[in-house]
Design a protein around this ligand. Structure first.
Ligand code: GTP
Ligand code: MG
Length: 207
């Protein structure tokens, strides 16, 4: 898919204030610092569309970016950031869960995990929660440039195995990416493009 335009639309904490258009939407979620904002920039090939930082906790709001005038990418704050106060954590949980449960335009979420890490409890719990709420998602392994191909394969297999033993019968679809080396861009965009095509074809039939 060619990215012809990518524009920031709005940031907020309230799902009710998110854009009203009925166009397909994809959200990026995962631990702080896993590379959500960097991946959005890599996919759109816009260096600083989404704000990134070496320090965790950079993204604090629900950020909508409109792509090619007909779909949204959504950058979300990370979870599991230890320095956040208990009160902030609660507020965060509330507006993020509201977003996932109430946002009708959300066609697929991408749960990002660092390819170097073993499955973490917080990610497993979050994926389980998505499943229980019937929110479709894929896993995106990030920072693949940090490992050699053999280690990538080993870690990914171990991760998916853990998921199929502890939570799911079948592992969710996954992608291997690196924002600094542009790995996985075509695969993720093709996946999004297929869903968008389905969405627009179905809509044509309905009208
Ligand atoms: P929060 O907004 O704080 O939740 O973080 P985030 O998940 O949006 O992470 P962000 O994109 O800001 O990246 C965090 C750090 O990881 C930055 O220093 C990035 O440069 C680095 N980073 C992100 N993606 C990659 C990658 O693919 N490879 C490498 N080597 N570093 C990456
Ligand atoms: Mg971010």
């Amino acid at each position: 898919m060619l990215i012809k335009s990518a524009n920031f639309i709005i940031s907020n904490t309230e799902v009710a204030k998110c854009p009203k258009e009925s166009i397909p939407e994809y959200a990026f979620i995962g631990r702080s610092n896993v590379g959500k904002s960097s991946l959005i920039n890599m996919l759109t090939q816009r260096k600083s569309l989404a704000k990134t930082s070496g320090r965790p906790g950079k993204t604090q709001l629900i950020n909508h970016f409109k792509i090619n005038e007909n779909w949204f990418l959504v950058d979300l704050p990370g979870y599991g950031y230890a320095k956040v106060s208990k009160k902030d954590k609660k507020t965060f949980q509330k507006y993020i869960t509201n977003y996932f449960v109430q946002r009708e335009q959300l066609v697929c979420s991408f749960v990002l995990v660092d390819i170097r890490h073993n499955p973490q409890k917080i990610d497993m719990e979050f994926m389980q929660w998505l499943g229980e709420n019937q929110i479709p998602f894929c896993i995106i392994f990030t920072k693949a440039d940090k490992l050699k191909p053999k280690a990538i394969e080993k870690n990914v297999n171990a991760y998916l195995k853990e998921l199929t033993t502890s939570i799911w019968e079948e592992a969710p679809q996954h992608f291997i990416t690196s924002s600094s080396k542009n790995i996985g861009r075509d695969q993720v965009l093709e996946f999004i493009s297929a869903i968008n095509n389905d969405f627009y074809q179905h809509r044509k039939k309905t009208f």
